[in-house]
Design a protein around this ligand. Structure first.
Ligand code: C5P
Length: 337
């Protein structure tokens, strides 16, 4: 009997890229937020032979079938961790864009873990789950937490944040996909060029103004100041207060560094961001390394109107909303008929 898991998307509310580490990854700091858009991952386990085998299928021919698929690697790791043999079949009903900056393939991997645990009626302990997740990919651990999550390290060190208000959002899907490794390489090229310019000609420059380690520090300072304010409270109450705090966070200059490189490579995304902004969004940003661009709205109606506004201008878009950690957990498993 297969089990079906909703594999939710994330957006990044701010993302600061820091220095390159000896292992080739970049330090980063970001706030991840899970949202209601999702793929469906169907998993079943058949009898094992001498060893485990994994098969991945999808209606989307671009989804890789073998070990380059994050779900394939996750299934192998989890079966090994449980000491079980079996033939695992994973079918991915792809609804999220590939290379869209919404964490689709990482979320698919986390959903695979949840599905196998459910099928085997066993759970890994929390530390093992996180270790396996970070081996599979930098963005996988966040999907074991859900809700609002602070990500540091290469993105894999995750800290649950207090739930943000349930904001309405719209995600615009430009036609192009963006390769994350390539976006990091482009960032390095620009940072090197800017660094050289900065030493030749000290003074303010537009791109990557601060040295990489300062970018992470200032992002972290913004987040901790904001968290401090969100705990001590402000005069407004309830949803309005929570919303004010979120807008406070995004207005304090929290930005996604990837915009600086991705918008140069793909100028058509600048237009998409402008149209999302014009559709009434309080905050607009590239998600991850793109290509998706999201906007935050004060109500579900405003978000639906924004989708119509974007579609009239030839931009694919869908409305959704933030998922709290509790909703994320509760809605993952699709009830069996
Ligand atoms: O961890 P993941 O497999 O998602 O990373 C894909 C690639 O993105 C890495 O091989 C690396 O080139 C780049 N990356 C990076 N710094 C990060 C995360 C990813 O350079 N923090």
């Amino acid at each position: 009997m297969p089990v079906t898991v909703r594999s939710f998307a994330k957006i990044n509310i701010g993302l600061a890229i820091g220095p390159t580490r000896p292992d080739g990854f970049h330090e980063l700091a970001t706030v991840y937020q899970t949202i209601g858009l999702h793929d469906l991952v169907h998993v079943s386990i058949g009898r094992g032979t001498a060893s485990s085998s994994v098969e991945v299928t999808s209606q989307d021919a671009r989804v890789p079938a073998g070990e380059t698929n994050t779900c394939w690697r996750m299934a192998m790791e989890v079966m090994r961790a449980f000491g079980r043999r079996g033939s695992v079949h994973i079918e991915i009903d792809k609804r999220l864009p590939l290379q869209g900056g919404l964490g689709g393939s990482s979320s698919n991997a986390a959903a695979t873990l949840v599905a196998i645990e459910h099928l085997l009626r066993k759970e890994l302990d929390a530390a093992d789950r996180l270790q396996i997740a970070e081996r599979v990919g930098s963005d996988v651990p966040l999907f074991l937490v859900g809700g609002a999550v602070l990500g540091t390290g290469r993105g894999e060190r995750v800290f649950p944040l207090p739930n943000l208000p349930k904001m309405a959002c719209v995600v615009a899907f430009p036609e192009c996909g963006i390769s994350t490794p390539q976006a990091f390489r482009d960032w390095d090229a620009i940072s090197t060029a800017t660094g050289a310019r900065r030493s030749a000609n000290p003074g303010p420059s537009k791109l990557t103004e601060d040295p990489p380690s300062d970018r992470i520090k200032s992002f972290s300072r913004t987040i901790s100041a904001w968290l401090g304010r969100s705990h001590t409270g402000v005069s407004a109450r309830g949803r309005n207060r929570a919303e004010a705090l979120l807008l406070d966070l995004v207005r304090t200059g929290i930005a996604n560094d990837f915009e600086q490189v991705v918008f140069l490579q793909r100028p058509e995304l600048v237009r998409v961001k402008r149209v999302v902004k014009q559709s009434g969004a309080g905050y607009t940003s590239l998600s991850g390394s793109g290509s998706s661009i999201f906007g935050l709205y004060s109500s579900t109606t405003a978000a639906q109107d924004a989708v119509a506004h974007l579609q009239r201008r030839g931009i694919k878009a869908r409305a959704s909303s933030f998922l709290s950690r509790e909703e994320y957990e509760r809605r993952m498993l699709v009830a069996q008929k």
